[in-house]
Design a binder for this molecule. Structure first.
Ligand code: GUN
Length: 295
């Protein structure tokens, strides 16, 4: 049994970030420093961790960043006014509003307010539409873009492959499916999206050459749902209770990793698979936004 089958997201993300270093140096030589604003609303602990990691990635690369932390009770109008100021700030090439937002704020209105050419998250309707149309001039969401890059740099052939995506969220599932069904070199797959309304998810999973789990159910994918030799990508970040852990909880993915790894051909570790790629793609989108603005 070959258990040396990990797709190492940390190493691949480091390669990507090293490649970006040269592009950032070229921008700086022209007097342009890429800049990214983070907006975080409330005290969601996971959002704090994610934004902190993104800030660190900016600092490590020499990307300017600033973070706006707003109270949970802020009105939608106040948040939109801040976004308009950030849209107008020429030091900033990207504006990112960390999800989730409080319930009284309409997420779709927020994402439609960030200018499409600063929408490094790829959530603005114009960028979502461009992704559907196969128009690569837009920004694409970082997590699915990172997974596509992981597959490409791990020489996983997607041409004609059966891909099953578990989850239909706007951040991962839907854009992932849209990317991999495009008629292009590193896509051209037959994509099935499964979700809570799917009748026999296990039967779909067992047909998959590439199985992408992004529905947010702890250790949902079991060994008997995976075709031997399949490529398994675990996007899940789920906190579960664990009496043996010091904090009383631990993080698990959407894949029962220990059981699935021996069946899979290749598999992402979690952590250390998709997460680092999401951040690397955010940095790439920000550098690209700065390059386009500097043209
Ligand atoms: N929350 C979970 N994933 C993401 C992401 O990729 N971007 C933002 N802004 N919020 C998120």
């Amino acid at each position: 049994m070959d258990l040396n089958n990990l797709i190492d997201g940390r190493t691949i993300a480091a390669q990507l970030l090293a490649e970006l270093g040269g592009r950032i140096a070229a921008l700086k030589a022209r007097g342009v420093q890429p800049g990214l604003a983070f907006v975080r609303v409330g005290e969601d602990p996971a959002s704090k961790v994610y934004v902190g990691r993104k800030e660190k990635a900016c600092a490590d690369l020499g990307i300017f960043s600033e973070t706006h932390v707003l109270a949970e009770a802020i009105s939608e109008a106040e948040l939109l006014a801040l976004l308009e100021r950030l849209n107008a700030d020429s030091r900033l090439h990207g504006v990112l509003v960390q999800a989730p937002l409080p319930k009284h704020i309409r997420q779709e209105v927020v994402y439609a307010t960030v200018r499409p050419n600063k929408d490094v998250d790829g959530f603005h309707p114009v960028n979502v539409g461009k992704l559907m149309l196969g128009d690569e001039s837009g920004f694409q969401p970082c997590t699915p873009a990172g997974i596509r890059e992981l597959l490409r740099r791990s020489s996983v052939n997607t041409q004609g492959a059966e891909v099953v995506v578990l989850g239909r969220g706007n951040i991962v599932g839907k854009p992932m499916a849209a990317m991999l069904c495009q008629k292009s070199a590193h896509a051209n797959a037959t994509v099935t999206i499964c979700h809570s309304g799917t009748r026999d998810i296990a039967a779909h999973c067992r047909r998959a050459d590439i199985l992408i789990a992004a529905m947010g159910v702890p250790e949902f994918v079991k060994a008997d749902m995976v075709k031997p030799g399949a490529v398994v990508i675990d996007v899940g970040v789920n906190r579960v209770s664990d009496a043996t852990a010091k904090t009383g909880t631990r993080l698990v993915g959407d894949v029962a990793f220990a059981a699935v790894q021996p069946v899979a051909g290749r598999i992402t570790p979690n952590p250390g698979g998709v997460g680092p790629m999401t951040i690397a793609m955010l940095m790439q989108n920000t550098v690209r936004a700065a390059e386009l603005a500097a043209k």
